[in-house]
Ligand binder design. Structure first.
Ligand code: IPD
Ligand code: CA
Ligand code: CA
Length: 268
């Protein structure tokens, strides 16, 4: 994508994200409907749906040739990443949104022919905007993120890991994950994949390992972590497929290989 086009698109996308965040902050003061989707722990609210519709309307009227791939299904049915595709999670961390009224984010990744060009993650209640433009760095509220250039060891790392996946999952051996948890300095779980990617980019956690994320959970985060100097793959080191569910390991470059080779063992 040409630099000028990309810059304009970034500015437009950022202003819509901030506007959507302001709408959420205002509307969450009023009672809103909470429903469940795949199960009792899979929540969706009216505001998730409204926020996705907001992006669909803006994109359709401003960029009719662009597509939107979103969690709530108001966008396009996406079978390929040809052209310009906005990959949107209107509220990432809905459980936090419902229970805590904070620690949730709007996540927007813009991909051109499958390449992540722009990533925007907005921590709505903290009013913190994490951004990345391919080839131009990662930023937090406009300030360049550069802490991933310092060396890092696994022993002094904080790893984000969801205890549910660490205890039981279909894909990798729990024994390896348990050794990993014992090896690192500490573990955390924030309940928003997008924010966990943003925190890796910021260097306030060193890695995030999880077993099942959808494209809208990771599209923006991958661009931002890449631009901050980190790396994202599936848990076993294989490349991520942006049209499917993936396991994810996103981290500082210095610890990525060691986690994959010493601690991740695929289940047969
Ligand atoms: C969820 C959050 C959560 C992660 C789940 C995601 P949602 O997204 O990112 O942290 O563990 O796998 O589905 O449903 O709140 O948009
Ligand atoms: Ca999500
Ligand atoms: Ca969501």
């Amino acid at each position: 994508m040409e630099t000028q086009t990309k810059q304009k698109l970034f500015e437009q996308a950022s202003s819509w994200v901030l506007e959507a965040g302001e709408n959420i902050r205002q509307q969450m003061e009023q009672p809103f409907k909470v429903e469940t989707k795949a199960g009792p722990n899979d929540l969706v609210t009216e505001l998730d749906k409204e926020t996705e519709k907001f992006f669909v309307e803006k994109i359709n009227s401003t960029y009719p040739d662009h597509k939107l791939f979103g969690e709530e299904g108001f966008g396009d049915e996406i079978k390929t990443l040809d052209g310009t595709v906005w990959i949107v999670d209107p509220i990432d961390g809905t459980m936090n949104f419902v229970h805590q009224k904070r620690n949730f984010a709007i996540s927007v990744g813009i991909y051109q022919d499958g390449v992540g060009e722009i990533g925007i993650i907005y921590d709505v209640m903290a009013d913190v905007l994490y951004t990345g433009i391919r080839g131009e760095g990662a930023y937090k509220n406009g300030k360049r993120l550069d802490s991933l250039s310092k060396p890092q060891s696994l022993e002094s790392s904080i790893l984000c890991i969801n205890s549910f996946w660490a205890l039981r999952n279909k894909r990798v051996s729990e024994e390896g994950i348990h050794r990993l948890v014992e090896k690192v300095r500490g573990t955390r779980s924030f309940g928003s994949a997008a924010l966990e990617f943003a925190y890796v980019a910021e260097g306030i956690i060193d890695g995030y390992l999880t077993m099942s994320l959808m494209p809208w959970d990771i599209a923006a985060g991958i661009v931002i972590v890449d631009e901050a100097g980190g790396i994202t793959t599936q848990a076993d080191g294989e490349p991520v497929n942006m049209l499917e569910k993936n396991s994810i390991l996103t981290s500082h470059k210095d610890i990525h290989k060691e986690i994959v080779s010493e601690y991740i063992e695929l289940k047969k």
